[in-house]
Design a protein around this ligand. Structure first.
Ligand code: OGA
Ligand code: MN
Length: 208
């Protein structure tokens, strides 16, 4: 079986070039099927146990809930979660790669499962907050397929050139510079994903 080091290495040149030139990289069927099944099942189970929460916008004391801007539900993955080791397993070689190839001073990652119920969206935003600039790279893995007409596309607005619309497909990977503006269009079907951020700080004092 291929290790995650080998998996990332097989996309290294393409990913690095695309991140440098466009600020994003997308790859269909990236995640091995067994891990995809495990993570999708895990997200489903956590949701059935009612462990997802409405997502907030902003950070710390100015964190607010506003469903017209963002209406997904999330579940942070901490070290006690069964998913943690698997997520760590595929993000660690990515962190090594971007440190080496892009000179990003990554110190840690954070991840959450996200569920966009029918009718939810996340309006245009950046993941690198002005008052919390520690997120450098965003990594999204989709856990379900969205077909034409299902909505829920990720739209990325690169610094130069026109915007790109990415349709979620189970196992698909998207990496983009966290500073880039992006949005999630209205989902007309349940949309599940695993979102991670590679950060340049050691730890956050304020709870995630
Ligand atoms: C986010 C986000 C994109 C996606 O959670 O900040 O923009 O495609 N997610 O799920
Ligand atoms: Mn975002």
């Amino acid at each position: 079986m291929q290790t995650f080091e080998q998996l990332w290495a097989s996309f290294r040149e393409e990913a690095v070039l695309s991140l440098v030139e466009q600020g994003y990289f997308s790859q269909n069927a990236f995640l091995p099927a067994d891990l995809l099944d495990f993570l999708a099942g895990r997200a489903q189970l956590l949701a059935e146990k009612d462990l997802f929460r409405e997502a907030a916008i902003g950070k710390g004391l100015i964190k607010t809930k506003n469903e017209s801007i963002r209406s997904d539900e999330i579940r942070w993955i901490d070290e006690r979660d069964l998913s943690y080791e698997h997520v760590n397993g595929f993000l660690s070689p990515l962190i090594d790669m971007v440190k080496r190839e892009l000179f990003l001073p990554i110190k840690r990652f954070e991840s959450h499962f996200a569920h966009y119920p029918v009718g939810s969206l996340y309006k245009r935003h950046s993941d690198r907050h002005k008052n919390s600039p520690s997120r450098l790279l965003t990594c999204v893995i989709y856990l379900t397929d969205m077909e034409d007409g299902d909505g829920g596309e990720l739209v990325i607005y690169p610094e130069k050139g026109s915007n790109v619309k990415i349709q979620p497909k189970a196992g698909k990977l998207v990496l983009f510079k966290s500073e880039l503006e992006h949005e999630v269009l209205l989902a007309r079907k349940d949309r599940w994903s695993l979102c991670s951020w590679l950060r340049d700080d050691i730890d956050s004092v304020i709870s995630l």
